[in-house]
Design a protein around this ligand. Structure first.
Ligand code: PXP
Length: 263
């Protein structure tokens, strides 16, 4: 920790799934998510995140191979806790694997992993990933029981699901927003006290990132859909640079709401 008001440096993992969503809409190779990952690296991303879903609706197997070969940044592979995904992770050995719950019919990852309820299923998977030198993260709701389960499972990292907080901001439900934010703050504190490295992500935008980035115990944010959508208007490098600036400003204890036109 640097001792700044908002904590130490906050890493930004850029999730490139939705570049692949657009590519797959036409079934050819454009736009290429690996090209987007290279651009993200130049624009200040600290890592690349990609979710290889069971139905391959966006990222495909060959994207993972190319990301491992062609990108200098650490790759965070989001995956369901299945034998198929475990085998793929062990083959490629990315820097990190974030285990997420996955249901085929969902539009996006709707809730956190039930690390407590799935303890016996997750334990051997986490052990094999750890034995392969992969940093394991569990994507969980901001809930102390889940943090304790992550700790007892030996996962060094948790990622807190920020979706409910972001939804409340979008829906202008201030009581829900405040309650969800308080849960994130408490979970970040509890997670750090348990010795876990705490990340956060899902649904973050320029309007929601500031308060989250200012939570001092957080070490990394993973952001995708909004950055890719905003890239339509500003270009990907610029959308990442604005997000990076918003995170840094909030982290330093400054104005969390950014002026998009400030340059
Ligand atoms: N973190 C995790 C674990 C996720 O599953 C996702 C969505 O793939 C994200 C972060 C990024 O969410 P968004 O695309 O809404 O920024």
């Amino acid at each position: 920790m640097s001792g700044t008001k908002g904590g130490g440096y906050l890493r930004l993992g850029v999730n490139i799934d939705h570049v692949a969503t657009i590519r797959n809409a036409r079934g050819n190779d454009h736009p290429d998510p690996v090209r987007a990952a290279k651009l993200a690296a130049e624009a200040g991303a600290d890592g690349i995140t990609a979710h290889l879903r069971e139905d391959r609706r966006h990222i495909r197997d060959d994207d993972i191979a190319r990301l491992m070969d062609e990108i200098g940044l650490p790759l965070n592979l989001e995956m369901a806790a299945t034998p198929e995904m475990l085998a793929i992770a062990l083959k490629h050995r990315p820097h990190a694997c974030c285990i997420v719950p996955e249901r085929r019919e969902e539009v996006t990852t709707e809730g956190g992993l039930d690390a407590a309820g799935l303890h016996n299923h997750l334990r051997p998977i986490i052990e094999q990933l750890r034995d392969a030198g992969i940093r394991v993260s569990l994507f969980i709701n901001a809930d102390k029981r889940q943090l304790e389960a992550a700790r007892s499972l030996g996962a060094p990292v948790v990622e807190l699901h920020t979706g409910s907080y972001c939804d409340a901001v979008l829906e202008r439900q201030s009581a829900k927003r405040d309650a969800e934010f308080a849960r994130l703050v408490a979970a970040a504190r509890d997670g750090a006290a348990l010795g876990l490295e705490v990340h956060a992500g899902h649904g973050l935008t320029f309007d929601t990132v500031g308060p989250v980035a200012a939570i001092p115990e957080l070490a990394e944010l993973n952001i995708g859909h909004f950055l890719i959508g905003e890239a339509i208007f500003t270009g990907l490098a610029e959308s990442i640079r604005i997000m990076r600036r918003a995170m840094d400003t909030a982290r330093a204890g400054g104005q969390a709401i950014l002026d998009r036109d400030a340059g």
